[in-house]
Design a protein around this ligand. Sequence first.
Ligand code: 26W
Length: 821
Amino acid sequence: MTVTSDIYEISNPKDIPSLRRALVNRLIYSIGKDPVETNERDWFFALAYVVRDLLTLRWMESMRRYYLQDAKRVYYLSMEFLIGRSLVNSLLNIGCYNEFKQVLEDVGLNLDELAEAEEEAALGNGGLGRLAACYLDSLATLQLPGFGYGIRYEFGMFSQSIEDGYQVEHPDNWLRYGNPWEFARPDVLYRVQFRGRVVEYRESDGEVRYRWIDTEDVMAMAYDIPVPGYGGETVNNLRLWAAKASRDFELKYFNEGNYIKAVEQKTRSENLSKVLYPDDTTQMGRQLRLKQEYFFVSASLQDILKTYSADHRGFAALPQEVAVQLNDTHPSIAIPELMRILMDEYRVPWHEAWNITVQTFSYTNHTLLPEALEVWSVRLFEELLPRHLHIIYEINYRFLKEVSERFPGDLDLIRRVSVVDEEHGSRLRMSHLAIIGSHKVNGVAELHSRLMKTTIFRDFDRIFPDRFVNITNGITPRRWLNQANRDLAALITESIGSGWVTDLERLRELAPLADDAAFRERFRAVKLANKTRLAALIDKRLAIRIDQTSLFDVQVKRIHEYKRQLLNVLHVITRYNRLRSGKSGDIVPRTVIFGGKAAPGYHAAKLIIKLINDVAKAIDRDPAVDGVLKVVFVPDYNVSRAMEIIPAVELSEQISTAGMEASGTGNMKMAVNGAITIGTLDGANIEIREHVGEENIFIFGHTAGQLEELRRDGYDPWRYYRSNDELKLALDMIATGYFSPDEPDRFKSLVDSLLRDGDKFAVLADYGSYVACQEEVDRLYRDPEAWTRKAILNVAHCGWFSSDRAVREYAERIWDIPTCR
Ligand code: 26W
């Protein structure tokens, strides 16, 4: 039977009566509720099901189109997809937002309130996971055959509450009421092996082959989530895997008559996809994490090869049909896994299998921080994935042999580039494996990619001169401007038309309007409305009053020492001291907003949260600064919170230690929403400066090069402490308990990290220029016309940071895939 659109009850998605009928039908027949006895969640689910229906036919059409055109596909393998809520995004992408708003109003409901009933899909930690979600949106919008593969964690990123100023973590039970977007696919089930042993055998052709046997198996079951592109033409697929106990495993115990043990065993294997590791930038080396990585990689590759094999013979053409992007090293076991499948299961000879593998994979690096680079102990690998360990050894052996032939006598080079690090007790360096097994390796901003080539991967750049490329990150304008900032989006569309939604560089047409006083007035009114809305939310949720006319100075992102929330706090304290001593002149009233989660085991980061809250409390209690300085820590920063906060930002804090933030993407979101950046020459800040012009951004601090020099000459934080009275005062206040009279030593370790432990993140070295730069910010803010002009130019010149541009670059330079219409 051929499915056509006339089979569905909604013949025309603009026809209000049929939308209403569909909605009420879902409420009655899918939710099982009488319309007279419903809550908001019931209506949310009913609506989500109608929207999913509307996506499903287009989704099937897209899949059919890819199949019929035998289109080359890209598979984006990522441990994290930080999607957030989907209802409004889907409605806007398929163009039915206003229609459904009307339908709901007719039954006395408000669409935007109802949308709050959706649990967000927080299947990621931060930048890396959110980037994956932006790229899925762009792949679909650009009509590219792009598929996400990941894990259906039962618990996503923990939710954060603040109790007595401290972070408290709570489990994120996001599936409690079900996920209306997904289709469970109990028939799409793959076996994933662990442990066991490898036996060598000789085949009739005389070749030695390997068999991996006596394994403990877990099943991977697929869940599909439709990913609509803007305009609704293409709907792609995100496939997430959930762990299911294997029947064999259960049967073993059932047959022994041990029912309880069998059920226990079932729970144990299903724990595999239970929870997202909430650590960003510190590698944990935990067994369950390695199991999660292999679990989703194995299932995804089996699925990819099944699709490929449905209409291709042999594997020689795999790289012409399939590109696989590895989002960081987390899925890099895919490299030995593909080798294993090709050799052990399909008898492809090594060198052929290797060429196919390298041509198929590419790898994105997201960090240079040594503690974030993945390493696994050989012992753990041997235990869980013995066959893979042997393949990795063979990959490494052949690679090192080639290197020693090309660079004879350079034994140190061999030691440095080996996948196996013997200096720290036999560990596998997954980044080395990922580089060796990929045809392209990319960094995520110009500086990051350059540093990658000149520092941590310098040797590899010499060995593989064409392998390293840069693709600067981007963000989707659909979610981060069109959806999050409806008022600004409307003003832009009124001024330059709606083409910017899919061609963000058209924002450039706003540039002349920066000199138009009437436009500035309207732009300022939008920002004020956004600030007022945020102030109301903060009042409602936290019972904190903020002045919507004060400068909104915002730093929201994961809490990490390299991101330097501490530098921000030192500035706040300095401002506070100036106000108290009457040395501030006519200081600009500010509201300094912080938000972000700390990894549960990251003591310093958690203490920084407490410090922010203690400083906020001290400032609140001091009548001397009432109305001119306010600090707010917004709990539970996530995608939904970001969409509320970012449109209201005036000053975007991007103040990481130069050379440490690979790119940043919050910096782009804020700038395109009309914030002015105060930042270091780090990550994509450098490119933001190039695009908006140096007169429209506040840059301070040491460059990466200057820091290198400073450290080489022996960096002494005490020198800054002694020579700057305001810095000394601020640090002394923290160290002696001014903000923690109940526990004077509370923050001693933080101050020690700055003064006694060498200030790894150069906070003190940048303090002076940061504070001076903040004075420039005040000066500009006192002239609203001049400020607004620059803010508008930030919007106008940030179009390049669209994820459409980034994904197009991947498609052309790495994946070699054309659009498929
Ligand atoms: C193994 C533990 C672990 C988990 C996650 C180590 C490292 C990570 C990620 C690489 C951390 C991350 O999210 N990196 C961020 O990636 C963003 C998208 O490219 C960049 O914009 C950020 O600068 C970078 O910190």
